[in-house]
Design a protein around this ligand. Structure first.
Ligand code: JE8
Length: 272
């Protein structure tokens, strides 16, 4: 996969040289190219922003540098090959989910356009929307100062899905064996050596060698955490996914099926 990033802060993307993404690049599985937007300015001060039409606070990114930069980047592709998907981080975008990460990981070429200030002149998104698959995406409901951190998040989420990036040990878990197939249930706690640390031991079941009991305990712990931290995941889950033991632990946690079969809180929340 090829990924281009156009930004006024290429140094913000240094983390792409490290760890999983850095290794994927070194191994030739991922080709990341950073571009400084200011290289497509022509004035003495390399101006990329201007005041907003209609007034109001802040500055808006000028269309011309973006247009020249994106024409150059898109035009550097090989004739006859698939054009890139343009990914525009913005707090007003569609949520970035694991599902979108999977979809993007199947594309040969992504171009990211992290902005600063109040964002990019709307006409840029319209112009490239007429020619390319443009995705305006938000990584979550909080306000950042620009799109570079979202690009780091999205590139890592996509890169780990590329063929050959994860080793066998860390490979994507087989959903049918996972305590919670991700997006349905949160992960439970994990432990390693030593068996006692600062007077704290390991849950006996994990030392029992009883694989069936261990799997059940992990799933119960996943339910405890999900009920506590993400009850919305239980509420929207297909109840057909819950077996008899699942319903048992959910009942203990104060959850049960409503008239439509979906689960909701039926008793006061359980402590810890
Ligand atoms: C951004 C961002 C994502 C997320 C992404 C890009 C470009 C209009 N607002 C712009 C006003 C306040 C400051 C904002 C700064 N900004 C933020 C994000 C994002 N993806 N989940 N939160 N914030 C830009 C400029």
């Amino acid at each position: 996969m090829r990924i281009d990033v156009v930004t006024i802060f290429p140094e913000y993307l240094e983390p792409l040289n490290v760890s999983l993404v850095g290794k994927a690049r070194a191994r030739g599985l991922l080709d990341v190219r950073l571009h400084d937007l200011r290289e497509w300015t022509h004035d003495k001060h390399n101006t990329v922003d201007d005041t907003p039409y209609g007034g109001g606070p802040g500055m808006v990114m000028k269309p011309d540098p973006w247009g020249e930069a994106l024409d150059a980047v898109i035009g550097s592709g090989v004739q006859g090959e698939e054009p890139p998907v343009l990914v525009v981080p913005t707090p007003s975008g569609r949520p970035f989910t694991q599902e979108l990460a999977v979809e993007l990981s199947e594309k040969p070429w992504l171009v990211f356009t992290p902005a600063r200030y109040e964002g990019i002149d709307r006409r840029v998104i319209e112009e490239y929307g007429d020619r390319l698959d443009v995705r305006e995406v938000s990584i979550g409901d909080y306000v950042l100062a620009g799109g570079e951190a979202p690009v780091l998040v999205m590139v890592e989420a996509v890169a780990r899905l590329l063929p050959g990036v994860l080793g066998n040990a860390e490979s994507h878990r087989d959903d049918s064996f996972a305590p919670g197939a991700m997006a349905d249930l949160l992960e439970g706690p994990v432990y390693t050596k030593p068996p006692e640390w600062r007077g704290r031991g390991i849950p006996d079941v994990l030392l029992s060698g009883h694989h069936g009991k261990i799997a059940r305990w992990r799933r119960d712990e996943a339910f405890r955490r999900t009920v506590r931290n993400r009850p919305d995941l239980i509420e929207r889950a297909d109840p057909a996914a819950f077996d008899k033991k699942d319903r048992e632990i959910l009942s203990i946690l104060g959850w049960g099926p409503g008239p439509d079969g979906r689960f909701g809180r039926v008793a006061p929340d359980v402590e810890e």
